[in-house]
Design a protein around this ligand. Structure first.
Ligand SMILES: Cc1cc2nc3c(=O)[nH]c(=O)nc-3n(C[C@H](O)[C@H](O)[C@H](O)COP(=O)(O)O)c2cc1C
Length: 209
């Protein structure tokens, strides 16, 4: 049994979070791979070969990455059957203004609703302000937004807001959930050619037949 964290990142913070989740899930007994849709072609990934999936995207201009949306649409039936989770990475979630935090949550919820995806677990994580990686215009724009939200505003350094304890908790809790979804093995017919391939893990594992 293997799981995968599929993620989209622009300046690398979602990647760090994805790697940390994969490490935490692996430590929790669920060997987990990672896949970056911004660097690799998602159509080449055999998502159906995994028993559990985590999808993650950062927010840019109030949007989650369309490649993650595409992946959800392509694998909707599979994602409804296996343990699946979603996380959103943003700065709105650490704003001192209540309305910004509510907006970050609303955008994550709306994204899932639009894609008709109800993950077993979801989370909104705080991202990073990486002035060193922005071009001139983006730097000024982010600086202006940071000032509005009372975030640090020194342009000559980067700021990380991710709470790694929250990320670790998410990973270990999801790994436990995956274990709880383990199906009881059903008796298989004697002859190989009459056997149906069966997933070991399903969110419907404990549902009555
Ligand atoms: C151009 C740009 C637009 C952004 N737009 C939003 C936004 O609309 N809402 C928000 O909460 N955060 C926004 N952010 C903050 C990012 O979500 C945050 O920096 C995150 O850590 C980026 O993750 P990544 O490095 O994985 O792309 C924006 C950041 C940039 C650089």
């Amino acid at each position: 049994m293997r799981a995968i964290v599929i993620y989209a990142t622009c300046e690398g913070q979602t990647e760090q979070i994805a790697q940390r989740i994969a490490k935490g899930m692996t430590a929790g007994g669920v060997p987990t791979d990672t896949f970056d849709v911004t660097r690799h072609d998602i159509t080449e990934l055999a998502v159906e070969s995994y028993e559990a999936v985590v999808l993650g995207s950062s927010l840019h201009y109030a949007q989650h990455d369309p490649r993650i949306a595409w992946c959800i649409r392509q694998h909707r039936d599979l994602l409804a059957d296996i343990p699946a989770a979603f996380f959103s990475v943003s700065l709105g979630i650490v704003s001192k203004r209540f309305k910004d935090r509510a907006e970050a949550r609303r955008l994550a919820d709306e994204f899932l609703q639009e894609e008709n995806f109800t993950p077993s677990r979801r989370a909104c994580f705080a991202g990073a302000l990486r002035y060193s990686r922005y071009g001139w215009l983006k730097k000024r724009l982010m600086h202006w937004i940071a000032e509005k939200s009372w975030r640090p505003t020194e342009l000559n350094r980067d700021y990380e807001f991710t709470n790694w304890d929250n990320v670790d908790d998410f990973a270990s809790e999801f790994a436990k959930f995956i274990h709880s979804c383990r199906r009881e093995p059903t008796p298989q017919p004697r002859f190989a050619f009459t056997r149906k391939p069966q997933r070991e893990y399903s969110v419907h594992a404990n549902a009555s037949p």
